[in-house]
Ligand binder design. Sequence first.
Ligand code: MG
Length: 384
Amino acid sequence: MIAPFAFAAERSLGRRYPEPPHPYRNDFQRDRDRIIHCRAFRRLEDKTQVFTTRYSDHFRNRLTHTIEVAQIARTAGGALGLNTDLCEALALAHDIGHPPFGHSGEKCLDELMRGFGDGFDHNLHALHIVENFEQRYAGFPGLNLTFEVREGIIKHSRDYAAGEAPELSEYLLEKKPPLEAQLIDFVDEIAYNTADLDDGYEAGLLEVAQIRRHVPLFDRMYATAESAWPAALPKLKFSEALKRVLDSLATDLVGHSARTLEQDKIESVEDVRNHPRRLVSFSPPMAEDCATLKRFLYAHLYEHPVLVADREQGSRMLTGLFAIYMSRPDRLPPSYRTRAEHEPLHWVVCDYIAGMTDGFLQRQFQELAGLNQRVKAVHLPKGC
Ligand code: MG
């Protein structure tokens, strides 16, 4: 039972290469399963979310983050009456195109590509992965996902201006994506904001008093947890507060979005697609709370010297390896060398590096660094 504004699997615009229906799985369930079984999904296990595994085995990596996003997406999507199969498939795919070493890795790769007049975007890279790079099926390249999952991959976190991306014109760029895709960016934010507080506290880089002083939402939830469990251990009070933060964010998102859908009289997917603005959002007070939390994490966690040092090391290796492959394309694997015969080398190098795990990149760098003297004098591009 889904709401009339939810995207029913039977209404899908289908796959690029038609396939017979499955006897008991709908198309979005099949997409979810294809994503889980692909190689790019498994590689998320060794891609940094915020912390590398240098300090603890308990921190989130990009795979466990993705699982948390999928869990919140199913719960919030279900509460809104959306298609939870589509929510889940989109959540599982949302970071599949992420390069190694977290956001700094993405920024670094983007800077390197800008040097060639191009750029790098992990959502576009994700689209290339599911359309071409994954080779698992005899009948077609990629995963042959439904139109709505591919559309959600590129549109969940941004709208496109008219004529901005002609190569994506098939994805109804002038229209808003279904609610299931609109939900993803918000549940991603809920997952990483709470997880980063958790990992930052566990790492000893953040303290309760400091978080309470700067983050009113956490302070309110901590006060509630403390009055419910006055004798509990501090770390359990922290956990009780944190789960209340997560719950209040998700509850606000569901409640405010449901009210918006009702007020704007949204009764169908067409209404969603043709609406001038996105319909899923936090309430204005919660959006402010969330922005404050984000600012706190930037100032006190992401810019912490420990994380900055890790980031710089990752960026240095990524930049170095990029330079090595640009000057020694013979060191690329055969399939990438073949591509480089008819595509610009920097595209091929970028795609190869973007697909790497942190660990593989590190090993490749260590193995190849001696090959090229210029690598020793690599200068980090601005922003890396
Ligand atoms: Mg994410």
